[in-house]
Design a protein around this ligand. Structure first.
Ligand code: NBY
Length: 817
């Protein structure tokens, strides 16, 4: 794509070893004899950063001096994973590292393992942001990721003796983070509270308190592009760290109150299903990073100019709103332009609407953020005025666009009535230039259902960009065996930059020798995961069983319950003698999932899975033919081990609920077959790999809608399918709770009386497809042929392709010249 290409670094292994030694000595003050792997990790990271420094500075200069519009990716989450291997790969230093570290007397893997993964995200949305900034840099597009450097990332998950999830703080920043560079000189002041007064006919906001936003910069090196972009994460600090007067009166705790209040803003990442409490802090977080980032972009492009011409701002940078979390940036840019730079409303509106675009990541109505007007008015009074004015302008505009008053009323950004709220998705849709969903089906449903009134009146705003994943991390780094085999098969490694080249592997699916090599790679990856699971969790996994994996946040709509009920039903079949264990394909069912701390049924599902595992894994009747394991604290590191080892990928959400999914893409690219519903990007995967290479089951969106409309009664399905009945009866009867019939009563009662996501209605179809899966797995050659065909046809799911779509459909920009 880009003209600039980075040669593999010309540094030799010996030179690199010297650099590491120098960092150890002159930065850390440690001799090579004293050094531990963790010291070598910090030294290596520091050395790698220095290698990237010239490209990083050059990229920034070219961005500011050139005329290529940059992209600001505003996201509350960036789930980056470990950085060292990725930075070595993109810096062209991998081989030198291996050799240098060995020469220094260390095991490279131990050095890699000294890095603690930052958990600055929940799931797909956060990981998508990380893939996107990788692809932006790899394509040479000037870009900033803007977010928050949470002091504690997503909680560290443990299980107690009863199998319940325990949340522990994630102290990821306890040790030095060699990747983040704190830049005290480029801080920003972010204000809160107070009131708005009129002075000389002008609105003036008199805030009550302020927080200091300090940027921590992470380099984002592109693969083979010679470009290094910036991920700028804001840390909140207090302006009054310490009140000496109070302290001297022996009020030790009160003396640090303002500090605590300010620093709380960047303390923790909120769990997905944020409850009512913490709402205020959450809005503070959103405004904190949106405001600091917008001011920062003005500083970057206009320096300290007295009177910058900000009408050119949308030519310098456009901002992508990653879900609704940064949407408060819209009134903030209006405020900055009017109150800080003196523009009139219309000019400010023109600039603002050209600057923002919005990506929606959900279809669940309850996941579309709304903020009480009272809360915004209290925390950001000037912004509430601006939002009201935007709403007034919008309602006027609607008068000219439609005669349908009910429709206009439905579309209000600020709702009417007693406890008015601001609908952030509507604000973003109205004010943004473009709105996109994250898979074709999702974008269609946004237009037809979720944002239908808007798409009727503003059809040109709506577009789709199907998600993607970076092949560098999720193939090259995670699956070196398969990567080498692909390179061998294609005769080039260019596929890492142009993933559609994988298509040329397809004929090799008919070459038995190649298929066997592929099967060997998969087997080796299973052994590697089994070793890892033994060391990390104490699990005994058998690489000669099918690795059947379901990894994603725990949510009812994703239907982990469907998977575990099918496992239980099979167990019941074994116990009753209906099924002989020898007739089953031996399976290892692997779950990975965190549940939001306040999500009761999700946590109970985790507990159930853990206790099913305990019972089945220890029952001699099962003879090890069916095993369930639940590695705790699932994260990017575990994903990179587990995905390449997986043969069957579970994507079994209720149709019409999963916006896209991205693990489905990672699995297909790593040669797993998918069992899934027609939901999210599954639809596109199936179209590309072919229906015969995808295990489809269950109701589609129309059937689901019809069933809701007709009135859904889950108990009927319980009565109709004896396997389902047996499974639920086992749970209710105490088989997985030492005879306690109450342990899972809320879950059982939900299944039988509500079952909002229709797990029971899809159960029989799910079992039937699992039987087909068993049969095919018996024919390893056929299975692996299909897996290769999956790999060959999934090149579309590179995040490079997603970014190219954004460049063309949304951002209207490209690589730096
Ligand atoms: O975004 C996920 C979607 O579920 C998945 O289908 C899609 O592939 C992925 C990338 O587009 N959404 C997601 O991860 N959402 C969250 O994690 C999230 C986090 C916080 C809040 C809402 C959703 N929140 O309101 O605080």
């Amino acid at each position: 794509m880009t003209e600039v290409t980075a040669p593999k670094s010309s540094v030799t292994a010996a030179q690199f070893a010297d650099e590491i030694r120098n960092e150890l000595k002159y930065t850390q003050g440690v001799t090579i004899e004293q050094a531990k792997p963790a010291d070598v990790y910090v030294a290596t990271a520091t050395a790698v950063r220095k290698h990237l420094m010239d490209s990083w500075m050059k990229t920034q200069q070219d961005m500011v001096n050139g005329d290529t519009k940059a992209v600001g990716y505003l996201s509350a989450e960036f789930l980056m994973g470990r950085q060292l291997r990725n930075a070595l790969l993109n810096g062209g230093l991998t081989e030198q590292f291996e050799e240098a570290v060995k020469d220094l007397g260390f095991d490279p893997q131990e050095v890699i393992d000294a890095e603690y993964e930052p958990g600055l995200g929940n799931g797909g949305l956060g990981r998508l942001a990380a893939c996107f900034i990788d692809s932006l840099a790899s394509l040479g597009v000037p870009a900033f990721g803007y977010g928050i450097q949470y002091r504690y990332g997503i909680f560290r998950q443990e299980f107690d003796e009863d199998g319940k999830q325990i949340e522990r703080p994630d102290y990821w920043l306890t040790n030095e983070d060699p990747w983040g560079h704190i830049d005290y000189e480029r801080d920003q002041r972010v204000n809160f509270g107070g009131e708005v007064v009129e002075e000389d006919g002008k609105k003036v906001w008199k805030p009550a308190w302020s927080v200091r936003a300090i940027p921590v910069d992470y380099m984002v090196p592109g693969y083979e592009s010679g470009r290094v972009n910036t991920l700028r994460l804001w840390q909140a600090r207090s302006y009054d760290e310490f009140d000496l007067l109070t302290f001297n009166k022996s009020d030790y705790l009160d003396a640090v109150k303002p500090k605590v209040k300010a620093e709380n803003i960047s303390k923790i990442l909120y769990p997905e299903d944020s409850t009512q409490e913490g709402k205020e802090l959450r809005l503070e977080q959103q405004y904190f990073f949106a405001s600091a980032s917008l001011h920062d972009a003005i500083r970057v492009f206009y320096g300290n100019e007295e009177n910058p011409d900000l009408t050119t701002f949308p030519n310098k940078i456009c901002f992508q709103l990653n879900d609704t979390h940064p949407v408060i940036g819209i009134p903030e840019l209006m405020r900055i332009l009017m109150d800080e730079y003196g523009y009139d409303w219309d000019t400010a509106w023109d600039i603002t609407t050209k600057t923002f675009n919005y990506t929606c990541h959900t279809l669940l109505p309850e996941a579309l953020e709304v903020w009480p007007v009272s809360l915004i008015a209290k925390l950001l009074p000037r912004h509430m005025e601006i939002i009201n004015k935007i709403n007034d302008q919008f309602m006027k505009e609607l008068e000219s666009l439609t005669d349908d008053e009910a429709k206009a009323e439905r579309m209000r950004i600020v709702t009417a009535g007693e406890n008015p709220v601001v609908r952030m998705a509507y604000l973003a849709t109205y004010a943004g230039s473009h709105v996109n969903g994250v898979a074709e089906l999702h974008s269609q449903l946004l237009k037809d259902v979720t944002l239908r009134d808007f798409s009727d009146l503003y059809p040109a705003k709506f577009t789709n960009v199907t998600n993607g994943v970076t092949p560098r991390r999720f193939m090259k780094l995670a699956n070196p065996g398969l990567s080498d085999l692909i390179t061998e098969g294609l005769g080039t490694d260019k596929w890492l930059e142009d993933l559609e080249l994988l298509k040329n592997l397809e004929p090799l699916a008919q070459d038995d020798e190649f298929v066997k090599k592929f099967a060997k790679v998969k087997y080796d990856n299973k052994v590697r995961f089994a070793d890892f699971a033994k060391k990390e969790y104490g699990f005994e996994l058998d690489a000669n069983t099918m690795f059947d994996t379901m990894i994603k946040r725990l949510h009812e709509y994703k239907r982990q319950a469907l998977k575990i009920l099918e496992v239980i039903a099979t167990y019941a079949d074994i116990k009753s003698g209906k099924v002989k264990v020898d007739d089953l394909q031996p399976r290892t069912v692997i779950f990975g999932a965190k549940a939001a701390p306040g999500y009761y049924l999700a946590k109970m599902t985790i507990q159930l899975i853990n206790n099913v595992a305990k019972v089945i894994n220890n029952d001699p009747d099962v003879m090890g033919k069916l095993k369930v394991v639940f590695p705790w604290n699932y994260n990017i590191r575990v994903a990179q081990m587990l995905i390449p080892a997986t043969e069957l990928d579970e994507q079994i959400s209720q149709a019409g609920k999963e916006a896209s999914g991205t693990s489905n893409m990672k699995f297909a690219l790593n040669g797993a077959l998918t069992v899934g519903t027609l939901d999210g990007a599954n639809v596109e995967i199936r179209n590309l790999v072919g229906a015969e290479n995808f295990f489809l089951f269950g109701m589609d969106v129309d059937q689901v809608e019809k069933m809701y409309a007709d009135g859904y009664e889950p108990a009927k399905y319980y009565e109709a399918d004896p396997r389902l009945k047996a499974a639920i009866d086992m749970v209710a009867g105490g088989t997985f709770s030492n005879g306690d019939r109450n342990a899972y009563a809320p879950l059982v009662s939900d299944w039988l009386t509500k079952d909002w996501f229709m797990t029971l209605a899809d159960f029989t179809a799910y079992h039937d497809i699992q039987a087909e899966i068993d049969t095919l797995y018996g024919d390893q050659l056929e299975w692996n042929r299909k897996a290769i065909i999956n790999v060959a046809n999934s090149g579309y799911f590179s995040s490079d392709r997603s970014i190219e779509d954004y460049l063309e459909r949304v951002w209207m920009t490209g690589p730096l010249k």
